[in-house]
Design a protein around this ligand. Structure first.
Ligand code: FAD
Ligand code: SIN
Length: 519
């Protein structure tokens, strides 16, 4: 049994920012980060466009960013949270810069601000088209300087420890649920360890892997949300899955799909049908820079009309030297595939990209479970409402990591460890004979979600999805009860829970709003 003051699940921007802050303020505390893959593997690592922050000396204002965020969120944002996040952004940005993050500047020395869909101003700070990688590297290097942080890679959090494990009543009986840490599988030894912690932070990111076609890496399986759901935390807004309009179309399909940043449209690229027609102005006066929900639905509608599998992103009219300088990663990827941007257009298609909902938190990142916090993509803070504004996610992660840090440092002194926490019980389980069952079910789930719970939904398709999910759930639970825990099995179980929440919350929503569209 391992005891710590702070247990951080996840090493993306949210988890690392929190851990660094806590470890610095309380140098005698013991901060443990567990992360299920290599230290940098996360959605954060792949973020391209950048982070949206208002810099008033650049002719922008908090009010404009707030207005753009509220407009994208389509009436479902919490306006107080939006104001809080936008106004706290500059301080958090300065910290990232102090920790070494390099944001591109123009020759004048001013930041080179990008523009993305739904923003009425240029306000996206970026590092080329690999902003997330730059942030992730600098945060990891900061964390590495702090002796009271332990980062354990290939450690997979399985379940939260609550009083349920102590055999006590909880939750539905009116008593609050308390979190005492988590059970964690060391994937390399196969051993399940008990991490008892005063404060636990879920920073496990999103769940794009619930779909066949997604920009999210393999780790994005919604584990934290599923764990919190099993522990009876409140989970909301799961129906709001944001599809990014321009993932690279490849045949055969590769997973994850490579993203062509929205900043490329901010740079002037245009969307055309395969027959060469511009179409975005038929859908929204903002054209290519309408918010993501509108652009994705417009593409979906054009594809349904034409029967094509992709549309084109046309960069042929742009200054390609400047393009290569701004977007070297995208330029190189296209070149590798033989797409020469002066003569060829980029085939693109929408792909699942971002989960707007998640674990409900208050303005300090506290969930409905005592001593359990969440921030980053796993949390539903009220910022995004029905649709996240581009580049507001990295911003939300750093602002809420800071707020979680403040609140949890106030609380930690007063928390004592409970007695009698049991070790994980593996009795009666055996090694799985056929891992292929798990792999097949994951693929089946992803295909089912893409076919029935995509950009445009219907009651009938959602009902079908619910029926199929029930079968997958029963099969997987039976496997879970008799088989030793593996990351593959846990991910499948978690994906099924996330899919269930998406389908059930979609069935409950009666009106179309934000990214949610039902016919
Ligand atoms: P993540 O960065 O996903 O980190 C989650 C961590 O949790 C990982 O370390 C993972 O391994 C770990 N983990 C998960 N489950 C477990 C478990 N069971 N046990 C232990 N560890 C676990 N947003 C923007 O604002 N601007 C952008 O330009 C932008 N571009 C994007 C481009 C792409 C291709 C993608 C996929 C996303 C982009 N986003 C962007 C969204 C943004 O990157 C993410 O929302 C954000 O980085 C999430 O950070 P996070 O720390 O919450 O989660
Ligand atoms: C992108 O670069 O298009 C992604 C930005 C985001 O998801 O916020």
């Amino acid at each position: 049994m391992l005891r710590c003051d702070f247990l951080v699940i996840g090493s993306g921007v949210a988890g690392l920012t929190f851990a660094i802050k806590v470890a610095r303020l309380l140098p005698h505390s013991n901060v443990v980060i567990v992360t299920k893959a290599g230290e940098s593997e996360s959605n954060t690592k792949y973020a391209q466009g950048g982070i949206a922050v208002v810099l008033d000396s650049y002719g922008d204002s908090f009010d404009r960013h707030i207005e753009d965020t509220l407009r994208a969120g389509d009436g479902l944002c919490d306006p107080d949270i939006v104001r809080m996040v936008v106004t706290e952004g500059p301080d958090r940005l300065n910290e990232l810069i102090e920790w070494g993050t390099d944001f591109d500047e123009k020759s004048s020395g001013n930041f080179d601000l990008g523009r993305e869909g739904g923003h009425t101003r240029r306000r996206i700070l970026h590092h080329k088209d690999i902003t997330g990688l730059e942030i992730e590297r600098k945060l990891l290097s900061q964390a590495g300087t702090l002796p009271n942080i332990t980062l354990s890679t290939h450690h997979f959090a399985i379940d939260l420890i609550t009083q349920h494990h102590l055999g006590k009543e909880e939750g539905h009986t009116g008593a609050p649920v308390n979190c005492y840490g988590a059970y964690v599988l060391d994937s390399q030894t196969g051993k399940i360890e008990t991490y008892v912690s005063k404060i636990t932070l879920i920073a496990t990111g999103g769940a794009g892997q619930v779909y066949q076609s997604t920009t999210n890496p393999l780790i994005a399986t919604g584990d934290g949300i599923a764990m919190a759901y099993r522990a009876k935390a409140r989970i909301e807004h799961m129906e709001f899955i944001q599809f990014h309009p321009t993932a690279l179309y490849q045949h055969p399909q590769s997973s994850p799909s490579f993203l062509i940043s929205e900043a490329v449209r901010g740079f002037g690229a245009l969307l055309r049908t395969r027959s060469g027609e511009l179409f975005m102005r038929n859908y929204d006066e903002r054209g290519e820079l309408a918010s993501r929900d509108i652009v994705s639905r417009a593409i979906d509608s054009e594809l349904k009309k034409s029967g094509d599998e992709y549309v084109y992103l046309d960069c042929r009219h742009l200054d390609l030297n400047a393009f290569r300088d701004h977007f070297p990663n995208i330029f190189n990827k296209c070149s590798e595939l033989g797409i020469g941007l002066s003569g060829d257009m980029i085939p693109v298609v929408p792909a699942a990209h971002y989960l707007c909902g998640g674990i409900v938190t208050d303005r300090d990142g506290q969930t409905t479970i005592e001593n359990l916090f969440s921030c980053g993509e796993s949390a539903r803070t009220g910022l995004h409402g029905g649709n996240r504004l581009a580049s507001n996610s990295l911003l939300e992660a750093v602002v809420f990591a800071h707020r979680c840090y403040k609140k949890s440092c106030e609380m930690v002194e007063g928390i004592t460890f409970p007695e009698g926490i049991p070790e994980w019980n593996e009795e009666g389980t055996t090694q799985p004979d056929e891992l292929i069952l798990i792999t097949h079910n994951r693929k089946e789930l992803q295909a089912m979600m893409s076919n029935y719970v995509g950009i445009i939904r219907s009651g009938e398709r959602l009902d079908r999805a619910a029926n199929r999910l029930k079968i997958m759930y029963e099969e997987t639970e039976a496997l879970y009860k008799r088989t030793k825990i593996s990351p593959q099995l846990m991910e499948l179980r978690n994906l099924i829970s996330v899919a269930y929440l998406i389908v059930q919350q979609s069935l409950k929503r009666k009106h179309n709003v934000g990214v949610f569209f039902k016919v």
